[in-house]
Design a binder for this molecule. Structure first.
Ligand SMILES: [Zn+2]
Length: 417
């Protein structure tokens, strides 16, 4: 293999072979022009040294850095550049006498350009959410065949993508057995266990330990707001639906309600983002007593002001409210506004036997109209939870697999969606 070697000491632009050019800029950065005419990409030297891919610095099979950070020098400088034109690699010699090789494709994929970073975050990290009003529900709600989700990776990927973007998706045609939610969860990863077990059955139960196990109307809420680490996605499989007029599901996009407050009632919005509410759940399940408490605002934001979750539950809000006295009434007023807006925007629909309703539990509020539970008109729903960590991980693995699959079958499968 022919390697063209050039020294970087003279600085200025160095042509490395016919296409790649690279130079050291500001003593510590490296500017790479992948091909003549391309926009140059700048990489900080400290980051390149930290990400050296050689066997001493990087453990290939675990894809993990093993560089000795006890001795890492943040003032490291590149002193020499080479290009391996045939291998399409840039070779860097460092002030600590170490040598690193970086494939051009690897560098391009990690470009510090704002546009490329935004693409990566949008297409690979997490897709941005699209918020919807109740009136838009029919338009945004995607339907998938349960059998196709189970059989085809591309359909599995599109279901999870829809769930991430819209917070809701419906699977149809599932068999009417109690194993569906487990098989579906295991197609993605594994069930998230909670106080109420792995799979749970929602049907009217005498002496219920949980408000959901009554046939009364179930007001809009999020599940388990009293957990620090909340289960992310609800899977509700309708096995038997009541013949009575009630039993409809109600859904609201909590992020949309937060958008309305942010725009029209900024003081309420700020208060609901700021005031810590004591969410709680006390009881026992399978002979085990529990007392869960988690303090969190109704609307939770990340450092960039994007919503991470909403919390809402009338029954599972503690009578302990550990805020200053003067915060209490204003908070009630703001919260009451949030709840009224949510009720006004809620979309009701009734699932049919074989439907599996899946939705983001830390974004959507859900509820159920009351129904007449009797032996002639029962209602039987099996539920389970999945976590976003597991879903996003699966989604990324599928995207990598399906996007790199060059065989025509996978391509046509993707194209038909
Ligand atoms: Zn190395």
């Amino acid at each position: 293999m022919w390697v063209q070697r050039l020294l970087g000491r003279s600085l200025g632009e160095l042509r490395l072979g016919r296409q790649i050019s690279a130079r050291i800029v500001n003593e510590s950065n490296i500017e790479v022009q992948p091909a003549s005419g391309d926009k140059p990409l700048t990489f900080p030297g400290v980051w390149l040294r930290d990400n050296c891919q050689c066997d001493d610095c990087f453990h290939g099979s675990s894809k993990s850095r093993k560089l000795d950070w006890d001795r890492f020098d943040t003032r490291i400088r590149p002193v020499d550049l080479q290009a391996d034109e045939l291998a399409q690699e840039v070779v860097v010699r460092w002030s600590d006498a170490h040598e690193s090789r970086f494939p051009l494709k690897w560098l391009r994929d990690r470009s510090f350009e704002e546009r490329r970073q935004a693409e990566y975050l949008r297409d690979f990290y997490r897709p941005p959410t699209r918020h919807w009003s109740g009136a838009e529900f029919q338009e945004i709600a995607r339907h998938f065949s349960y059998d196709e989700v189970m059989a085809k990776d591309s359909v599995l990927m599109h279901w999870l993508q829809a769930l991430a973007v819209h917070g809701v998706a419906l699977l149809r045609g599932a068999p009417l057995d109690e194993g569906v939610v487990r098989r579906l969860a295991e197609r993605v990863g594994f069930i998230r266990r909670t106080t109420y077990g792995e799979e749970f059955v929602v049907q009217a139960k005498p002496g219920a330990q949980n408000f959901a196990y009554l046939s009364l109307p179930l007001p809009l809420h999020t599940d388990l707001p009293y957990y620090e680490y909340k289960p992310s996605v609800n899977i509700l499989h309708c096995v038997v639906q009541t013949e009575s007029p009630g039993g409809s599901n109600m859904l609201v996009d909590g992020f949309h309600i937060a958008d309305i407050l942010r725009r029209d009632h900024p003081e309420d919005f700020d208060r609901l983002c700021r005031v810590l509410v004591d969410w709680n759940d006390i009881g026992s399940e399978d002979g085990r007593e529990f007392h869960n408490i988690w303090r969190a605002p109704v609307i939770c934001l990340d450092s960039a002001g994007r919503y991470t979750r909403v919390n809402h539950s009338v029954p599972q809000r503690d009578s302990h409210f550990n805020v200053p006295l003067e915060e209490v009434l204003p908070w009630y007023e703001s919260y009451a506004r949030f709840v009224r807006l949510a009720i006004a925007d809620s979309h009701a629909f009734k699932t049919q036997p074989g439907d599996v309703l899946t939705f983001n539990n830390i974004r959507l509020l859900h509820g159920r109209a009351g129904y007449d539970d009797s032996e002639e008109s029962p209602r039987y729903i099996v539920g389970a939870y999945l976590d976003w960590d597991i879903i996003y991980s699966r989604l990324r693995v599928l995207k990598k697999k399906l996007h790199s699959d060059s065989d025509a079958d996978a391509d046509s499968e993707l194209g038909s969606q």
